[in-house]
Write a protein that binds this ligand. Structure first.
Ligand code: ATP
Length: 239
């Protein structure tokens, strides 16, 4: 498998034409750490994740996963280095079976011993996906599709899992299920970078968090400190 590594972003920028979406952001995910980025719609969270994954043009003083310079690495190669990505809105292929969707997440998309072993592991984490392996992904509920999107990312055996708003559109019960999965993966020493509008979920799933506003990180600290921070309580927890 891949060696686990630390993710470091320093002075990260993303521009879309004239729009400065990410403006000099710095953050770190230590090996095996769970880190959160919270912020409102349009704060630049998705763009930050896409910058890590090599899915948008970006520049940075430093953007590295261990000794891999991500600014010089193709998106496909970044996944092979061990960073898994669960995009916002799930993006499962509704017309393909659950199992085909999972297979698409493996970095070698063909059946071999490694793929089968990884598939068994994903089915062990998500028994519901095993039950529904031959069903079309489009027939799954929103919560099941979110589990499928996470399962698909796990097929590439990541050591760091990057999740973009996995709670979006889910009922509180399903949000708890997502939380349990993230906690379970992190307990198995997988690094987590979780982007969310749901601050409560983020503070439970992670130990260190960044608050993003207008393309910048305005507040950072331990999840416990942020939970107690009056600004965070007012704006993000509605207390
Ligand atoms: P959301 O919760 O909606 O995903 P976000 O915090 O992830 O919000 P981004 O999606 O990163 O924020 O967007 C940051 C800013 O960049 C917003 O002003 C958005 O309108 C703009 N933006 C995002 N993608 C593009 C694009 N492809 N072209 C132009 N502007 C974009």
């Amino acid at each position: 498998g891949h060696a686990p590594a630390k993710l470091v972003a320093e002075g990260l920028y993303v521009n879309y034409g004239g729009v400065a979406a990410v403006r000099g952001v710095s953050f770190t995910v230590e090996i095996g750490q769970a880190v959160g980025i919270i912020g409102a719609n349009g704060a630049g969270k998705t763009s930050t994740l896409k910058a890590v994954l090599g899915l948008v043009n970006r520049r940075a003083d430093k953007l590295a996963y261990g000794n891999v310079d991500l600014t010089r690495t193709h998106a496909r190669k970044i996944v092979r280095e061990g960073i898994g990505y669960v995009p916002e809105g799930r993006h499962v292929f509704g017309g393909l079976t659950v199992e085909k969707n999972l297979l698409l997440g493996a970095y070698i998309q063909r059946w071999n011993a490694e793929t089968r072993a990884q598939l068994s592991e994903v089915y062990e984490i998500f028994p519901v996906l095993a039950e529904m392996r031959t069903r079309l992904a489009g027939a799954l509920s929103g919560g099941q599709q979110q589990m499928l999107a996470i399962g698909r990312a796990l097929m590439s055996k990541p050591r760091l899992l990057v999740l973009d708003e996995p709670s979006m559109g889910l009922s509180p019960k399903l949000v708890d299920e997502v939380l349990a999965v993230v906690q379970r993966l992190n307990a198995a020493e997988m690094g987590i970078l979780l982007v969310e509008q749901n601050a409560k979920l983020t503070f439970e799933a992670t130990t260190y968090c960044y608050v993003m506003e207008n393309g910048r990180i305005e507040i950072e600290g331990s999840a416990d400190d942020l939970r107690a921070d009056p600004r965070v309580r007012k704006i993000y927890l509605g207390i």
